[in-house]
Design a binder for this molecule. Structure first.
Ligand code: KIV
Length: 272
């Protein structure tokens, strides 16, 4: 089995741009805690996203809406302490940036100062342009996020594929160009037709990272719990499971329970 040996140079937004120019794909995963972030960084991941999906996979909420800025800062600071190489991007949670560019700036500054993050991510296009522009004035790099934007789930009503119709696809293309013009260093495209994602990636210079957006983009992102098979009952078409940790963990824990109950653990070598 070949092991991917990462170069030790830190990943920067400039490096990501170079990767796009050279056609090198960008690998991104979510992380929310120190131990996992250390493993993912050590394995050579390019970007770690402290996603507001923490609301689902860490806290068990149905949507991403309940997670707070304080909770995002807690997760982000744990990840930052673990990372030596990856670029760490942190989601601005719902309610911390929409409709008020001053609040967007203050929220981003808290994330950079208190967690030590490298960049922030915001969901939306033209409607949050002012917030993005304001954050950029403080020298904070911004990643955009278009397509299925889970913070707007109550507007969409469903987690189904976005931008299948011409009008929404056209708005998405315009939004992507706008995010590039305003100064975003990269954009996530979530759950949109592969052809549309490829068109967007080819029409802008900044990297486009897809999740459920096909292979003709500049990189891919998955939620770590989903790709490691920890999440239960979530099997969208775009997800490839790289491990079955649910089985590995369940087997390990049931072996432990058996050993404790039968007094097999601890044995003489495992005591003082
Ligand atoms: O919060 C998250 O995990 C995300 C990814 C799905 C891109 O935004």
């Amino acid at each position: 089995m070949s092991v991917h040996k990462p170069e030790l140079k830190k990943v920067t937004t400039h490096r990501l741009l170079e990767m796009k120019q050279k056609g090198e794909k960008i690998a991104m995963l979510t992380a929310y805690d120190y131990s996992m972030a250390r493993l993912l960084d050590g394995a050579g991941i390019d970007i770690l996203l402290v996603g507001d999906s923490a609301s689902n996979v860490m806290a068990g909420h149905e949507t991403t809406l309940p997670i707070t800025l304080d909770q995002m800062i807690y997760h982000a600071s744990s990840v930052i302490r673990a990372v030596e190489r990856a670029l760490v991007v942190v989601d601005l949670p719902f309610g911390s940036y929409q409709g008020d560019s001053g609040e967007a700036l203050r929220s981003s500054i808290r994330i950079m100062k208190e967690a030590g993050a490298h960049a922030v991510k915001l969901e939306g296009g033209a409607e949050i342009k002012d917030s993005i522009a304001r954050i950029l004035t403080a020298g904070v790099p911004v990643m955009g996020h278009l397509g299925l934007t889970p913070q707007s789930i109550y507007k969409f009503g469903t987690y189904t594929v976005r931008a299948k119709e011409e009008e929404e696809a056209q708005k998405l293309i315009e939004d992507a160009k706008l995010l590039e013009e305003v100064g975003c260093f990269a954009i996530v495209l979530e759950k949109i037709p592969a052809k549309l994602a490829a068109k967007v990636a080819a029409s802008i210079q900044i990297p486009v990272i897809g999740i459920g957006a096909g292979q003709n983009v500049d990189g891919q992102v998955l939620v770590m719990q989903d790709m490691l098979g920890i999440t239960q009952d979530f099997k969208p078409r775009f997800l490839r499971m790289y491990a079955d940790l649910q089985k590995i963990i369940t087997d390990a824990v049931s072996n432990y329970i058996t050993d404790v109950k039968s007094n097999d653990f601890p044995n003489e070598q495992e005591q003082y």
